[in-house]
Design a protein around this ligand. Structure first.
Ligand code: ATP
Ligand code: MG
Length: 142
């Protein structure tokens, strides 16, 4: 199977609750390797641009408030079938519906404060990685 790259955000509720290490260890146990990482706080402009597809949704303002409320860890994860594997181990958007053992079941507080973001397709992954990382910031190991 092909090695893919996907984009992940460890969201502010997780960084504030000291769960960065716990979440990274779930990625590592599932053979997702970190190919780039940045610890930062998003500006409103950057967060609004990232979630532009949700601009008309009623929760857009709340989503941007939350994503700019504290630090985030932006990452490129790499591995076999990385996009779909990451979506599986993240669990459902709403933690009440997330499967046992998934990151959102373990660390999300609510549908809004839901611990992590993960790209939903290879095309989204390429777009999202390019939005946050320069090409030379992605470390090639293969
Ligand atoms: P993400 O894109 O963050 O990985 P997702 O793909 O599971 O999550 P989307 O439908 O893309 O979910 O929604 C983006 C984000 O918007 C969700 O992760 C969540 O934080 C927030 N969100 C979605 N639905 C709601 C809602 N009904 N109320 C509040 N926030 C919501
Ligand atoms: Mg999404």
């Amino acid at each position: 199977m092909a090695i893919e790259k996907t984009f992940s955000i460890i969201k502010p509720n997780s960084t504030l609750d000291n769960n960065i290490g716990n979440i990274k260890s779930i990625f590592e146990k599932n053979d997702l390797r970190i190919a780039a990482a940045k610890f930062t706080k998003l500006s409103r402009e950057k967060a609004e641009g990232f979630y532009i597809e949700h601009k008309e949704r009623p929760f857009f303002g709340e989503l941007v408030d939350f994503m700019t409320s504290g630090p985030v860890m932006l990452m490129c994860l790499e591995g076999e079938n990385a996009v779909m594997k990451n979506r599986e181990i993240m669990g459902a958007t709403n933690p009440a519906e997330a499967a046992e053992g998934t990151i959102r079941k373990l660390y999300a507080k609510s549908i809004g404060e839901n611990a992590v973001h993960g790209s939903d397709s290879e095309a989204s992954a390429q777009r999202e990685l390019a939005y946050f990382f320069e090409k030379n910031e992605l470390v090639d190991r293969f």
